[in-house]
Each structure stands twice: as C-alpha cells, then as structure tokens.
Design a protein around this ligand. Structure first.
Ligand SMILES: [Zn+2]
Length: 85
C-alpha cells in the first residue's frame, strides 16, 4: 500500500494513483461549498484491503483500489472518493 501526503507531488500522483480517471485536485466542500483540496492519496496497489472484507457487508473493494481524501481548509470538513482496478 502506498500513500502520498507531499503536497508538491499531489498533481502528478492524482493521475498515477488511480485505476480510472485522474482524481481532481480540488472538490467542492459539501458543508461550506468552498474548494476542498486533495490532502492524501492511498493506493492499495496490491489489494490488501480486499482481504480485510468484513462479513455481511454489501460494498467493499474487490480489486486494487485508490482513495483520495480531501480537506476543506475553510471549515475543516473532510470528504473522500475512491475507485478500483
Ligand atoms: Zn468547507
């Protein structure tokens, strides 16, 4: 599992750490509607999350997945999005 927190690497990593379209660098904060910036990327490049699936869950990664975490630097709200291979 790889993780990127270096802000200087986010733009390139947002393209590399994904299994589908690149993650946006900013998304709209659901709380205050200001831009929330990409603060952390997690790339489960070897599918470690797949093996952690709890019993009786409806949705869980079933392949290598990538998670993008956003922080609104105006109100402190966080949101995340993800995709998988
Ligand atoms: Zn906000």
């Amino acid at each position: 599992m790889k993780m990127v927190i270096e802000q200087s690497k986010m733009a390139n990593s947002a393209k590399d750490f994904t299994y589908q379209a690149p993650f946006p660098i900013t998304v709209k904060c659901r709380k205050c509607k200001n831009p929330a910036r990409l603060i952390m990327l997690v790339d489960d490049d070897i599918g470690e999350l797949v093996a952690q699936r709890p019993r009786n869950v409806k949705v869980w990664p079933h392949d290598c997945s990538a998670i993008a975490i956003y922080l609104c630097t105006n109100c402190g709200s966080m949101r995340a999005t993800w995709n998988q291979g």
